[in-house]
Design a protein around this ligand. Structure first.
Ligand code: ADP
Length: 545
């Protein structure tokens, strides 16, 4: 082998914001703030504040490799943390605030976060859980001095804007190994506790390049993009990196994500592309119908995280002239795996013909390899009929979970591929179609509910002999949990009794929508509850409103 003779320069996340500040200084990031009102500035001004924040982090004693957690909505300060934390070689650990407080504490402790930055919304939550956070020394409230609480149970709380004011913007980014970690996201485990996916500077930049290279049109001409997908959810699908790189105005919608609010923001900011889960688009679609039109410039919707209903693609295409791009991916894949990608002969079809193809999960993104393994352990041919578990491989795919060697080995096969827990088939013209899921989870509006957690909580109720939780189709949330219960002999717990007990153990949005009683649960040959049979049995179950 003859070694190439090119410079060995590290791929670092910090280079993206420097490029944007220099190339697109006046392209704006616009944020709906938690305090009220819109905040706007250009990439150059963002870089200036990111420099101040980075100096503040160093002053607070944050060292390379330290985990700095966030509990925050999509806003400019959260965006600044992405870059300042990674820029100094530390790790931006975005925590999902929708989780139950005990789970948030578990995740922060498992990650050994040293500092935590949070939006005003989460002050009451932090006041409650801070005593349980064993390694977190520094708490920063992401607001200005005018909004700092006069009194708080939290001692020594820092004010974000004061930290920025007290520090200079001047900073040359340190250079370090591109394999150093830059971000951390926990994902719900099928069994046990959430697992950490630790991204490197290199994987994050490669994923960003792969995405832009595979679908350059999604970002062309400095398109105005609004991520509804949260910055705490799989790096907001890479948009905080792609937008500055491609010079896209970036519209951050804050905490309120209902149809009318999103519509108004899209209209006033001239948003051209929105990225999020199907549930969000269904809400927005209702608003289109009410107003008889779409936000004036909206031309593209990227929908991922759950299967996109054909009816939704059809209405958006036919009635509103919006092109829907469907994506499939996982937190473990940084996260994009496949997305709608037309061959020239398909692109030439009428819009509704393209819409019919977009219901499939897409073609692989460059940099992601796919293989389907059938029931017998053989590689399934791309014949559009043979399905099996989907495995993936790539430079932005997880190689193991953070501080969790058990979970790490279970999901990587002998050839080094990652098992997704999705059941898929691939058509001869290379469209991926997801047909089922082996993992025991319910996905409601883009957020996971662990069936096992709900089952364990339910089994603690009096009068339940056995139970199982499955996802059943729901028009708004895509899936909602249904609890199937076998009563103990002689016992007669009602639906209300059970939901009452569950309410004190799990988050409200994770509560089953319905409880049904059966005499026995279907079992597999190995004596496990057959979720597959249960899902088939209750596929048409009508959930109460
Ligand atoms: P994200 O929601 O960002 O894609 P998660 O790691 O939370 O990432 O969830 C990944 C899982 O969600 C996939 O393994 C799959 O089960 C499901 N999923 C994601 N996108 C789709 C899709 N387009 N169609 C069907 N299922 C999907």
């Amino acid at each position: 082998m003859l070694r190439g003779m090119m410079m060995d320069r590290p791929l670092l996340v910090s280079s993206v914001i420097d490029f944007a500040a220099e190339t697109y200084p006046n392209v704006e990031i616009v944020s709906q703030t938690v305090e009220g009102g819109l905040h706007r500035y250009g990439y150059a001004a963002a870089r200036e504040r990111i420099g101040r924040l980075a100096n503040a982090l160093i002053g607070l004693g944050i060292k390379p490799g330290d985990r700095v957690a966030t509990l925050a909505w999509n806003g400019y300060r959260h965006f600044e943390l992405y870059y300042a934390v990674a820029g100094i070689g530390a790790v931006c650990h975005t925590i999902n605030p929708r989780l139950f407080p005990e789970q948030i504490a578990y995740i922060a402790n498992h990650a050994e976060d040293t500092a935590l930055f949070f939006d005003l919304t989460f002050l009451p939550l932090l006041e409650k859980i801070a005593p349980a956070l064993k390694t977190t020394r520094t708490y920063v409230l992401m607001t200005d001095s005018a909004h700092m609480p006069a009194e708080s149970a939290m001692q020594g709380l820092y004010c974000y804007e004061d930290l920025l004011a007290d520090n200079s913007p001047g900073l040359t980014w340190p250079e370090f190994d591109e394999h150093s970690a830059c971000a951390l996201c926990y994902t719900s485990g099928t069994t046990g506790e959430p697992k950490g996916v630790l991204y490197s500077n290199r994987s994050m930049l490669l994923h960003t390049f792969f995405l832009v290279a595979t679908r350059p049109d999604l970002f062309a001409h400095n398109r105005t993009i609004l991520p509804v997908v949260p910055l705490f959810h799989a790096n907001a699908w890479s948009l905080p990196y792609v937008a500055p790189l491609a010079g896209c105005p970036f519209i951050l919608p804050g905490a309120k994500l209902d149809g009318p609010t999103l519509y108004d923001l899209m209209e006033s900011e001239g948003v051209e592309a929105g990225w999020g889960v199907p549930t969000v688009w269904l809400g927005l679609l209702e608003e289109f119908k009410k107003r008889g039109r779409k936000p004036r410039k909206l031309a593209q919707i990227l929908s991922g995280g759950s299967a996109v209903p054909q009816a939704m693609i059809d209405v958006l295409t036919r009635d509103y002239g919006i092109e829907v791009t469907h994506g499939w991916g996982m937190t473990e894949m940084s996260p994009v795996g496949t997305l709608t990608l037309f061959r020239p002969e398909e692109r030439g079809r009428p819009a509704m013909g393209r819409a019919a193809l977009s219901v499939k999960q897409g073609r692989r993104m460059f940099g992601v390899d796919l293989k389907v393994i059938d029931d017998k352990g053989n590689r399934a041919p791309p014949d559009g009929t043979t399905s099996g578990e989907l495995f993936v491989r790539g430079a932005a795919v997880v190689s193991g979970y953070f501080n969790n060697p058990d979970a790490s080995t279970r999901q990587i096969d002998e050839e080094g591929w990652f098992g997704t827990g999705d059941v898929a088939k691939i058509t001869p013209d290379r469209w991926l179609v997801i047909v089922d899921r082996t993992k025991d989870l319910v996905k409601s509006g883009g957020e996971w509910i662990s069936s096992i957690d709900v089952e364990n909580a339910a089994l603690a109720c009096k009068g339940i002999a056995n139970c199982a939780v499955i996802g059943v189709p729901h028009p708004k949330w895509n899936e909602r949990p249904l609890l199937v219960v076998v009563r103990a002999p002689g016992a007669n717990p009602s639906k209300a009794d059970i939901l009452d007990v569950l309410g004190s153990k799990i988050a409200k949005w994770q509560l089953p929508d319905d409880v049904v009683f059966v005499d026995a649960l279907p079992m597999t040959a190995t004596g496990k509850i057959s979720k597959k049979d249960l899902r088939a049995k209750f596929a048409a179950h009508k959930l109460p409103d």
